[in-house]
Design a binder for this molecule. Sequence first.
Ligand code: NAP
Length: 423
Amino acid sequence: MTTESKSVSRRGLFGAAGKATLVAGIASSITAPFRSLGGVAWAAETPKTVKKWILAKNVGDDNKLTLDHFKLVEEPMPQIKQGEALVKVILCNIHANTRNLMKAKGSTKVGETDKTNYSFAKVIQSRDKTFKEGDSITCAAGWNTYQTTSSDLSREDVGAGHGAPREFALVEELNGSNSRTAYVFRPVMLKQFTPDVLMDVYGTSGLTAYYGVRECGPIMPRDRIAVSGTTGSVGAMAAQICKARGAYVVGFGGGAERAKWVVDTLKMDKGLDYRAADIDAQLKAAFPDGIDVYIDGTGGPLSEAVAKQMNRDGRYFSYGGAAQIYKDLQPTSSSMAQAKEFGMTDLIEKIIKDRHIKLEAWNQAVWAQDRIEAENKLSQLMNTGKLKAINTVVKGFENIPKGVMSQYDGSNPYGKLQLQYEA
Ligand SMILES: NC(=O)c1ccc[n+]([C@@H]2O[C@H](COP(=O)([O-])OP(=O)(O)OC[C@H]3O[C@@H](n4cnc5c(N)ncnc54)[C@H](OP(=O)(O)O)[C@@H]3O)[C@@H](O)[C@H]2O)c1
């Protein structure tokens, strides 16, 4: 087995050995990822109990997230019923909205785990029509070592957490699943990429970026592109995909150091500090001929500043509202139009109309039927060195609370924050 993993920086976030390690950086492709994690011997080694982190109390209006909000419990191993599989959770992605889900109105209830984490898991036992013993799958999972899942998310008893289940005929044909999130990875993918890379580049971050750039395309070398949230998970992917098309790409970071990272590490043409007082002037200098494409996962003041400098017939992809989330506001009503929900202001809407800008705003799940196409195209970029995973992995089940907290405590993990359940 060959293993090569390249980290650009290593921060001992939680101190000395034995505590959580947070590895920030770029992970390149790795072969034969899985045998070292136990392989087929797992079924025989399956313990009798499940370890689980549950919500001990809701996050309050002050948005403070501390160790007191988490409690470790041990429960009997669940028995699978017809239509279910027992999985061992290997690694989960933490999403920007996790803290909001822990509030009184959120979906994570006191005494329960957060079931919404998009995860990489190994099937241990199965009575599910799609998932076979030994399969490596993605599914929504909790902060628990084992759990049941199902490829049939129309079942009410399967806590999927990623929106209402829907039928996607094409995915069903490819995957034997009616789920937007539960999916069996193809062997070709497992041979090439480790779980963290699979869940970053081929998880919601890479998929959102791929579909977004595709729908704003074709991206041409002459395009002048701004990508917000570039130090975060989706933005880092989108910026690289645009750069691979030969376009001029400007990214953003919160503070001078993170703006510099956008150039030094992500290799974008420019990195601007979105918090700088003179951001309008900096944008003007970076885009003397205006902006053709804006890929926006943040909304907020930066997006207004960018929109003002967009060219007629431009393209605007709005996929998220990180500015609002990290500004500690409650999420807006889901009845608002999608772009509004992502933080689009009236001024931006007017600019879009007046300048005949094409707007794309959706959840990546609407493109679930195109997953294989996305995997293949993203793999081409990975295998030619034009795209790299940008992820920060916190290792160790005992470190899950600290890992989740690192999303909000100013540690500022680069790219996708992921929790690997075994150290
Ligand atoms: N539509 C979809 O299908 C889809 C899929 C995935 C995610 N999303 C949504 O997209 C958004 C971003 O997700 P993500 O996973 O990429 O988040 P993330 O990894 O947490 O990254 C957040 C990014 O936003 C930047 N940021 C924070 N506050 C900002 C502000 N006030 N102004 C400008 N930039 C700011 C951060 O920069 P610094 O850290 O450098 O300050 C960071 O680059 C979230 O709202 C998420 O829910 C939507």
